[in-house]
Design a protein around this ligand. Structure first.
Ligand code: SAH
Length: 476
């Protein structure tokens, strides 16, 4: 049977796709329906029918799934942020476990028998029945723009678009976000400052980055602007400074017409250039442009998992690739002889060095550069960015453990092949995208390493994203 646009179909939803869409089939032909959940029987309207599959829009829930809950956020369906907020939390965790396992099986070609023995489940967040974890994010990036009526608004992008829906209260973020955003909006009104218009490339205020240290209570605001100056900046500083916990106010200039949110640098308008936060026993200074995990409660569990997989006794030499501000590196430095971190963002490496000092670790060194360039260059020529580094001796060419925590695209093959050449006993792979993780696990299994342990960690409840830690050991 062929389906045509606007046709209405009844579907029994059986599965969830990679982006959280419900999948229901008629005679084997799959329909992908946003906001539909496994167990739902729904009516949906066909939006686009292709040869192998169709996209359809949810019209009516005929009979709801037993795992369907009513969302706390009124924008749950409109917003692009939380794709599965209407799914009960135990079902969210089961979905994420399945996603990781499926990717390792299909993309990673990990034998099912092996996977069943090494997969240790997912670390979730405690929460009450029929509720989902909220207010777990320490970082928010809100876009500014105009609504259809021409008013300046701040909120979120509607799913898969750049249309801004006005909403200053996101349930994933801290309560202070709303107060801060309202201050920025009223400052803009008072000073007649226009928000950025993506299409025209005009207007000044693009985004507000807000971060809070969950342990320290310290707050940071960085406004991303499409211009060199913020007119009336002292007025804004006076207003924001009064928010309890405010520690750092800055601007970052970004005049490029891209999806990248932050500019390349930032200027402090008031306070410190960073906030401080603590994970476990280690304190970190975090500046606006540096990466810092968004869910501090789960981050501690994630890092503890990585540390236990690394199985350090105190005598090991360890590389931490994609190290950001040195968070995992310093966790490892507590138990290792020497740790070397590599990271592409220069400001993050500055933070990492300061963080090592702040915590009194003399056994951690950090290098700016791409992991896939720094590691091969050092392994082949003994230099880093063309220079011989004091203290970085031959022992670093034969590390005991290598930890990697790459962005979504995973590790470059040049990085993986050097890792394999260095013959570490253990590779600990921390990943925010189980598809590229699976691809890289496949490479490592084909090059002398075996998958020993896999544990997922739910860093991003209500979204489809899942973090995974794998231990790979050198085959005898
Ligand atoms: N391990 C850190 C950071 C993980 S996020 C933590 O847990 O906080 C991934 C990091 O990789 C980011 O800091 C990003 O800037 C960095 N990165 C991206 N591409 C890179 C590359 N090719 N080489 C080295 N670092 C890279």
């Amino acid at each position: 049977m062929e389906y045509i646009k606007n046709q209405s179909v009844e579907l029994q939803i059986e599965d969830l796709g990679n982006d959280g869409e419900g999948i229901g089939k008629i005679d084997g032909y799959p329909f992908f329906v946003k906001d539909a959940l496994p167990g739902d029987v729904i009516r949906a309207k066909v939006m686009k029918a292709k040869k192998n599959m169709a996209f359809a829009r949810l019209e009516e829930i005929v009979s709801p799934s037993e795992n369907r809950i009513s969302p706390i956020c009124p924008y749950a369906r409109k917003c692009g942020g939380c794709q599965i907020m209407e799914l009960s939390y135990p079902a969210q965790l089961a979905y994420k476990e399945k996603k990781v396992k499926n990717n390792l099986l299909r993309i990673g070609s990990v034998p099912e028998e092996l996977l069943n023995t090494v997969f240790e489940g997912i670390i979730g967040i405690e929460c009450e029945e029929n509720s989902v974890p909220i207010r777990y994010r320490n970082k928010a990036q809100f876009p500014f723009g105009k609504n259809k009526e021409g008013q300046t608004v701040c909120g979120f992008y509607a799913g898969r678009t750049h249309a801004i829906v006005a909403n200053t209260e996101c349930y994933l973020g801290v309560e202070e976000n709303q107060e801060i955003l309202e201050i920025i909006l009223s400052f803009m009104e008072k000073m007649h400052i226009a928000p950025y218009d993506e299409e025209m490339g005009e207007g000044l205020i693009r985004h507000a980055l807000i971060r809070k240290g969950f342990q320290s209570g310290e707050l940071m605001v960085c406004l991303v602007i499409n211009g060199d100056k913020l007119p009336g900046q002292q007025v804004l500083v006076d207003m924001l400074q009064k928010v309890p916990g405010m520690q750092s106010i800055s601007i970052s200039v970004n005049k490029k017409n891209t999806n990248v949110i932050m500019g390349d640098s930032y200027q402090v308008l008031w306070g410190a250039p960073y906030i401080t936060d603590t994970i476990g026993e280690v304190s970190f200074q975090i500046s606006p442009l540096s990466f810092y995990q968004v869910n501090p409660v789960q981050t501690k569990r994630l890092y503890e998992t990585a540390l236990s997989f690394a199985a350090l006794s105190g005598s090991e030499v360890v590389w931490d690739l994609y190290c950001g501000i040195g968070t995992i590196s310093l966790f490892l430095a507590q138990k290792a002889k020497q740790v070397y971190g590599v990271e592409i963002v220069p400001q993050a490496i500055e933070d990492a060095k300061k963080n090592a000092q702040l915590n009194g670790f003399a056994n951690a060194s950090f290098f700016v550069g791409k992991a896939e360039e720094v590691l091969p260059e050092f392994y082949e020529k003994g230099t880093v960015n063309g220079e011989v580094v004091e203290g970085l001796d031959a022992s670093a060419k034969a590390p005991d453990v290598i930890v990697v925590d790459p962005p979504r695209k995973g590790c470059d093959e040049a990085c993986l092949s050097t890792m394999v050449s260095m013959k570490p006993d253990r590779i600990v792979y921390v990943s925010c995208d189980s598809a590229t993780l699976a691809r890289d696990v496949k490479y490592l299994r084909e090059h002398g390493y075996e998958l020993e342990r896999v544990k997922a960690c739910d860093m991003f409840p209500n979204s489809v994203h899942v973090e995974t830690v794998c231990l790979l050991s050198k085959k005898p």
